[in-house]
Structure formats: structure tokens, C-alpha cells
Design a protein around this ligand. Structure first.
Ligand SMILES: Nc1ncnc2c1ncn2[C@@H]1O[C@H](COP(=O)(O)OP(=O)(O)OP(=O)(O)O)[C@@H](O)[C@H]1O
Ligand SMILES: [Mg+2]
Length: 456
């Protein structure tokens, strides 16, 4: 589909202009026309065109002269020459000068559309290649994090400054914004890169086991402790420990963590002597930690200790310029086999991706593309391959998204449920505990559904 693509037609024959204009408008192009080269050049001053169709034989400024002047003006749109009987030689000359292609008059409707599609494909590959080249050259990536957004570029430069130090870092951001990726980029770009990077999700380990997971235990420390166990702090010795979902850490353990950070030593559960360790701590949360401090759910002293250096990741909806870059990146990753370079995201699908609010951020985008790669196995991702909630957001009307071909109540219920969860997450800024309350379901079943629907 070529909706919104802008074409300029230059031809001195009114019938020709009219015929092309009607035909191309029907195909979804936006069309301007000019009756001679001079008018054509004026149009170039006022508009940016995607393609230009230009007749060769015209009075005064002819097609070839137009071409030369347009190229002098640095017009980048492909210029397609239309040659009538007797001007084929000039057409070939024009190609040498820089015209994209030529088409002989009279032509059939299909022919002109084919030429335009070919040009469109070439333009697409050109932009994509230059994007990939820029990424490869490191302009828009750092340690595996891709972004062309200025706030993210700031974060790249902050990581560069802090990577080699032992400074404690707190990474904040909604679910799926890349907090763990940032933590690993800090580790692997600093002096500790050769030593372990150990990640632990504080919210996923039952409260009674978390202490021995973190600090280890000695044999006999409690009923199940049949042998000594090395804790994660010791495993990360010399390297980095990533404490994910730090906001979920129970208060009792917060005190112990604070002591470890202050004293640089740990004590295994049941042990009497402490042990020196050298660990850089990076913690992350999608919660509003300072609000937790105010409510008394998180210790203020620990908060300050963790928050020596803070990296706040913007949600994907605030950096929409990253959507095409990331979508292409995930397409290369998940598109099957060697052909993945030829995989493409059709303009309709890209429009839906750009319009969606992405409450699950980059992870949600990656899931959507991975799923699309399975559904659209012919290498072309259309909006039909995207989850319905993503296509929905373009007009936001739920009822209209129910197609007559698919009246399954089960499917509609799933769609509604997914949409309600999405809305609740948007409303609470990604806070799952609050979202679960609004949705009147348990925190656990919300987490399950978020996974099931690929919202995160
Ligand atoms: N800027 C980016 N460039 C490339 N990949 C990214 C980027 N941001 C995130 N990702 C990818 O998206 C997925 C989610 O990122 P990550 O796990 O770091 O998010 P998170 O903020 O830790 O999420 P959660 O709060 O749910 O734990 C990962 O597969 C990660 O590699
Ligand atoms: Mg994470």
C-alpha cells in the first residue's frame, strides 16, 4: 500500500496528466501535477516528493533539463522518465545522468505501478541499509541497547562515564524498558567485564529463601540446610550483582542489605564470621521507589545508598522514533533463517506499531514481532499479523475490531481481557500491584496473564 506517498507528474499533455492522476490517486498516492518543466521545478520548491514521473518531450524546459536542474537541487526522490516514440535514446541518456528508470509510452496501468513498486522497494532497502549501517557504526547503539532517542543517548554517555567505577546504580523504568539490558551494558563495558554478572529477581524468590539465596548459608543453619551454600553475593565476587525488582525486597532483609553495602562484607546464614566481598551492586525497579519510601515500605537509608547514580529509562511511547529501529532489529532476530534480511514490515503494520502505546514497552514490541514472524511466514509483516490490541489502538474502537469472520466469544473475551489489563497498566504507569487492584484480580494471576498475552 502506498497511502500518503506523494508523487509529482510532469507532462504537457492534459489527458496524460489526468489519466495518471486518477489512476495513481486510486492506488492511494497523493498526486500533484505540472504542465511543464518550469512548473515542475516550482512544485519542488514547495513540496517533498517520494517519486517524480516526468515526460521527456515538452516545450521550453524539457524532461532532460528538468532532470538536470532537479538533481542540482539535490532532489532525492527517484525520477522516472516517460518516453514517447523517438525519445528512447534521450531516456537512456537521462538514466546515465541520474534518472531512476524510464517507461515507454504508451504504457499499461500495471507497468507504471510495477515501476513505482520497484522504486519503493529500492528506497526501502536504501533507508534500511543506512539505518543498519548507522547501528553497526555504533551511532545508535551501545552495549546491545538500540536507540536514536536523545534521552537514551544521554544514558549511553552516562553509562560510559560510570561503567569503570564501583558506584552503586539504580535503574528505573517501566516494565520492559530495558533495565536489565542497561545493567548488563554497565557491567560488560567496565573493568569488571571479565568477572561474573549475576542477576537475581528479588520478587520471584519466596521471602524466607531470599536471605540464604543472597548471602548463602552454612550447613545446619536451618532444617533444609544439609550442606554449605554459596550465596549470590559471593558468586558475583569481583563482578556485578544485579538486584532486579528491588522494590519487592522485604523490610527485614533491607536492613541486612544496607549493612552489606556499608561494610563490604557478608555473613552466610548461620555463620559467625563475616566475609569480605568486592561486588558492584546495580538495582532496578519499575515501581515508584521514592513513593514506597514515603509510605514506609522501603527504607530511606537503603534507598539513598542504592540511588547514588540513577538511570531513568523513558517508556517506549515517549521515544516513538525507536519503534522502527527496534522493530527492524527484532525482525532480523526472529525472521526465519538466512532470509531474514529480506523480511519486511509493511507500511500498514508500521503505522499500527507507531500508533500503539506499548504499556509493555520494548519487550511487548519484541513479542509482537516474534509472533508476527510466525504468523506471516511469507516474510512480509502486515497489520493482520499483529495482536489485535495493537491494531485496535489506531482507532481505539473495540467493537469495530470484532470482525464478522470471527465471532468466537472466547476470542473476544481474551481480547477484552488483554485490553483491560493494558489500560490498567497504562493508568498505573506499569505498577502491577495497583493494576491488579483496579482489575480486581490477584497479583499472581495478573503476572500470569501479562505473560500469557505477551503484554510484557
Ligand atoms: N533499547 C533496546 N535495544 C534492544 N533491545 C532492547 C532494548 N530495550 C529492551 N530490549 C530488549 O527487550 C527485552 C526486555 O528488556 P529488559 O528485560 O532489559 O527490560 P526490563 O526493564 O528489565 O523489564 P522488567 O521490568 O519487566 O524486568 C529484552 O529482550 C531486551 O533485550
Ligand atoms: Mg527486568
Amino acid at each position: 500500500m502506498s497511502i500518503n506517498q506523494h508523487i509529482l507528474i510532469i507532462d504537457d499533455e492534459e489527458n496524460m496528466r489526468h489519466m495518471l492522476s486518477v489512476m495513481l490517486t486510486r492506488q492511494g498516492y497523493r498526486v500533484d501535477s505540472a504542465a511543464n518543466g518550469d512548473e515542475g521545478l516550482k512544485c519542488l520548491l514547495a513540496n517533498v516528493y517520494d517519486y517524480i514521473l516526468c515526460d521527456i518531450r515538452m516545450p521550453e524546459i524539457d524532461g532532460k533539463t528538468f532532470l538536470v536542474r532537479a538533481l542540482e537541487e539535490c532532489v532525492t526522490a527517484p525520477i522516472i522518465m516517460m518516453s514517447a516514440y523517438g525519445t528512447v535514446e534521450v531516456a537512456v541518456e537521462c538514466m546515465k545522468l541520474g534518472a531512476y528508470d524510464f517507461i515507454s509510452k504508451p504504457f499499461k496501468k500495471d507497468e507504471i505501478i510495477m515501476v513505482l513498486k520497484k522504486a519503493e522497494e529500492r528506497e526501502r532497502l536504501k533507508t534500511e541499509n543506512s539505518q543498519l549501517r548507522e547501528v553497526a557504526a555504533g551511532h545508535f547503539s551501545y552495549g546491545g541497547i538500540l536507540s536514536r532517542n536523545s534521552r537514551m543517548q544521554d544514558i549511553f554517555s552516562q553509562i560510559r562515564k560510570v561503567a569503570d567505577l564501583k558506584t552503586t546504580i539504580l535503574v528505573l523504568g517501566e516494565s520492559g524498558t530495558g533495565k536489565e539490558l542497561v545493567a548488563s551494558a554497565v557491567h560488560y563495558n567496565g573493568r569488571r567485564a571479565q568477572k561474573p554478572f549475576v542477576a537475581v529477581n528479588c520478587g520471584a524468590i519466596p521471602e524466607n529463601l531470599l536471605e540464604s539465596e543472597l548471602f548463602g548459608h552454612v550447613r545446619g543453619a536451618f532444617t533444609d540446610a544439609s550442606s554449605d551454600k554459596t550465596g549470590l553475593f559471593e558468586q558475583a565476587d569481583g563482578g556485578t550483582l544485579f538486584l532486579d525488582e528491588i522494590g519487592e525486597m522485604p523490610l527485614a532483609l533491607q536492613v541486612k542489605l544496607l549493612r552489606v553495602l556499608q561494610e563490604g562484607e557478608i555473613k552466610r546464614v548461620g555463620a559467625s564470621a563475616p566475609k569480605k566481598i568486592d561486588v558492584r551492586v546495580i538495582s532496578a525497579t519499575s515501581r515508584n521507589l521514592s513513593a514506597d519510601v514515603e509510605r514506609g515500605n522501603f527504607r530511606e537509608d537503603l534507598y539513598f545508598r542504592l540511588n547514588v547514580f540513577c538511570l531513568q529509562l523513558p517508556p517506549l511511547r515517549e521515544r516513538v522514533e525507536d519503534i522502527p529501529l527496534l522493530a527492524e532489529h527484532f525482525l532480523r532476530r526472529h525472521g526465519s533463517g538466512n532470509d531474514s534480511l529480506l523480511w519486511r514490515i509493511e507500511p500498514d503494520a508500521m503505522r499500527s506499531l507507531m500508533a500503539h502505546s506499548w504499556p509493555g514497552n520494548v519487550r511487548e514490541l519484541e513479542n509482537a514481532i516474534e509472533r508476527a514472524c510466525i504468523l506471516c511466514d511469507d516474510g512480509s509483516v502486515t497489520s493482520a499479523c499483529l495482536p489485535s490490541a495493537i491494531c485496535l489502538s489506531e482507532d481505539g474502537r473495540f467493537e469495530e475490531s470484532i470482525a464478522y469472520e470471527n465471532l468466537s466469544i472466547k476470542k473476544a473475551e481474551d481480547m477484552l481481557e488483554r485490553e483491560l489489563i493494558r489500560k490498567a497498566l497504562v493508568k498505573t504507569g506499569g505498577n502491577r500491584t495497583q493494576a491488579a487492584k483496579i482489575l480486581e484480580i490477584s497479583h499472581r494471576s495478573l503476572l500470569y496473564k501479562i505473560k500469557e498475552y505477551g503484554i510484557m
